[in-house]
Design a protein around this ligand. Structure first.
Ligand code: GDP
Ligand code: PGA
Ligand code: MN
Ligand code: MN
Length: 621
């Protein structure tokens, strides 16, 4: 579908249904009313639906989505109140090439983001959005990221023409009438989030199950705290509370206000003595956050609970204590690889139902399947493209970036503190990525600035979570490369400055992990998943000052003796491969770090000093 052919002249006329919905709006929030009216005039929907977030509304919308062919209702016994959706084959992941940060100056967006002048971009987008909702319903979703009872609730309103987005937002955030009521009462500021599939319907034109537009724009105006997303229905592009607001816009707000909005899971760990600590982990998309957050320890007496699996807002109290909240209310997890042996907690959560699956395969008995879900592969499936599938088909049945979207409250290891509007005290930050070589199982940084250096140079092989080549090593600072809503140099400076302001002693300790290193024969060196609890134990005990380690040039690393390996089934060769710090491999990293820093252009001095320190230590080793 190209540009909307009728979008040549500005139309401001509104039909009776739309006028009526505006006149009888369930709010008196003047700015909201004005904005919705303006967007309705621009996009020309057939009707407006103020989303109240009720059960009845969910039932109505999911019924409509089933009728439209967007949703397949799953077997009520297996997955109650659950649905499978299948996207357009071209609309399966975030589109980083089409993601823009439109700050007033190009420098504001920095060297890693796509930039366009905000006025130019608004002009382009107004053309795209003009008439874009013809023949469709405009849904207005009031939402809050984080707690509605927070001292300053982080409100947003998403306008969308996708019922799939409404249903998914209902899982991922707190939405609807209670939010609108409080926002109206406080006359609260909200982030304007405009979304359209970009697929208007002419009178009588038949809809497709997954409308979208090949011309996609995921656009952020950080200074205005506004988001315009066009052409995609896929999660990260369309559920605007998530990546667009809670990471890109929030990171810009956090920079202005002195806190951190990060791409991190949050895990609560309790040792056998009953002491608990909270750990956050930044891994790039599809590198293990959700699994780590839902970890089932394999070692005696240790307990893990989940606070968050994707986004962490880290604020600092007057006492300097870092406190972290998860602003989301749901999980949007990678399906492939999620199974009873690897992630039983996720399997239990989705079995409770109320889940939207996207681009998974269907079993013949009304269930879902994906690679890695069960040890035995079903003999027959309907794949994510709706084709017959057998194990001989020679292609994955589920898309590698297929997802489950499920309420976080269904996770039975959810930590009770999840609901604390003030957040939980943060003891450690763990960086991690997917590296076949070089990066050992775990290391601890020598201090905050060294930790910031580790984060700034985090590297990972690319995954199917974003459109583009898979398996290419790229630098991904703090796993935030696609999500920093401003200049990456300023972002790194901000990390350094927060540490200076709060002071080394109060700051969380920094670790760097890699679950994905390979042995010379090609297999994973480390079994991962629940066995990662052994690494968690080492981290915990390092914080307590009771675990040993050896100083390597890259940080403090555990020897075999420092790790609890009781009952672990790994060979010497595997363990050696997992733990090894190879000086030559690391020396080979330096040119690629330099290249990365060159691309960044204005790397903060303390981080450059850390780079020099690493080289010195490697030379002495
Ligand atoms: P997220 O996108 O960062 O939340 O990553 P997920 O936790 O959803 O994991 C992405 C993929 O990596 C899934 O296919 C997982 O099965 C796989 N994965 C997660 N943790 C591990 C691990 O410890 N070892 C291995 N080998 N794979 C893992
Ligand atoms: P993920 O979240 O980090 O769980 O993959 C979605 C994304 O980052 O696109
Ligand atoms: Mn993510
Ligand atoms: Mn995840």
């Amino acid at each position: 579908m190209a540009d909307n052919p009728t979008a040549t002249t500005e139309t401001t006329g509104l039909n009776e249904a739309v006028k009526d919905a505006l006149d009888n709006a369930p709010t008196t929030h003047a700015h909201l009313l004005a904005w919705v009216r303006e967007m309705a005039e621009l996009t020309q929907p057939d009707r407006i639906h103020w989303v109240d977030g009720s059960e009845a509304e969910w039932t109505q919308l999911t019924d409509e989505l089933v009728d439209a062919g967007t949703f397949v209702r799953l077997d009520e016994e297996k997955f109650p109140n659950s649905f499978a959706a299948f996207s357009d084959p071209e609309d399966v992941a975030r589109v980083e090439e089409r993601t823009f940060i439109c700050t007033r100056t190009e420098k504001g967006a920095g060297p890693t983001n796509n930039w366009e002048d905000p006025e130019v971009m608004r002009g382009t987008l107004r053309k795209k959005f003009r008439g874009a909702m013809r023949g469709r319903t405009m849904y207005v979703i009031p939402f809050v990221m984080g707690h509605l009872e927070a001292s300053r609730p982080s409100y947003g309103v998403e306008i969308t023409d996708s019922a799939y987005v409404v249903c998914s937002m209902r899982i991922m955030a707190t939405i609807g009438a209670p939010v609108l009521e409080k926002m109206t009462e406080q006359n609260g500021f909200f982030v304007e989030c405009l979304h359209s599939l970009g697929a208007p319907l002419a009178p009588g034109e038949e809809d497709v199950p997954w409308p979208c537009n090949p011309s996609k724009y995921i656009v952020h105006f950080p200074e205005d705290r506004a988001i315009w997303s066009f052409g995609s229905g896929y999660g990260g592009n369309a559920l605007l509370g998530k990546k667009c607001y809670a990471l890109r816009i929030a990171s810009a707000i956090a920079h202005d206000e002195g806190w951190l909005a990060e791409h991190m899971l949050i895990l609560k760990v309790t040792n056998p003595e009953g002491k608990s600590r909270f750990i956050a982990g930044a891994f790039p998309s599809a590198c293990g956050k959700t699994n780590f957050a839902m970890l089932e320890p394999t070692i005696e007496g240790w307990k893990a609970e989940m606070v968050g699996d994707d986004i962490a807002w880290i604020r600092f109290g007057k006492d300097g204590q870092a406190r972290v909240t998860n602003p989301e209310a749901g999980l949007f997890g990678v399906a492939p690889g999620t199974g009873w042996p690897t992630n039983p907690n996720a399997m239990r959560a989705i079995a409770r139902g109320n889940t939207i699956f996207t681009n998974v395969a269907l079993t013949d008995d009304g269930g879902v399947w994906w690679e890695g879900m069960t040890e035995e592969t079903p003999e027959h499936l309907t794949d994510w493209k709706g084709r017959d599938w057998t194990p001989e088909s020679g292609r994955p049945a589920a898309h590698p970036n297929s997802r489950f979207c499920t309420p976080i409250k269904q996770v039975d290891i959810l930590a009770p503190e999840y609901d604390d509007p003030e957040g939980v005290p943060l003891s450690a930050i763990v960086f991690g990525g997917r590296r076949k070589t070089t990066v050992p199982l775990v290391s601890q940084s020598f201090g905050w600035e060294h930790g910031v250096f580790q984060g700034a140079t985090l590297s990972s092989e690319t995954t199917a979570a974003a459109k583009g080549a898979v398996g290419v090593v790229r630098r991904d600072p703090m796993a935030m490369l696609p999500f920093i809503g401003y200049n990456a140099n300023d972002y790194l400076e901000h990390w350094v400055e927060v540490g200076e302001r709060i002071g080394e002693d109060e700051m969380p300790k920094v670790f760097y992990v890699n679950w994905f290193r390979r042995t010379p024969s090609g297999g994973f060196a480390w079994p991962g998943f629940g066995e990662n609890s052994r690494v968690v134990k080492w981290i915990f005990d390092r914080l307590e000052g009771t675990a040993g380690g050896r100083e390597a040039p890259i940080g403090t690393v555990p020897t075999r003796e420092d790790l609890d390996l009781t009952g672990l089934d790994v060979s010497d060769e595997e363990l050696e491969a997992a733990l090894k710090v190879d000086v030559e491999e690391w020396r080979a990293e330096l040119p690629s770090i330099d290249e990365w820093f060159h691309r960044l252009g204005h790397v903060p001095e303390p981080i450059l000093e850390q780079r020099a320190g690493l080289e010195d230590r490697l030379n002495q080793a």
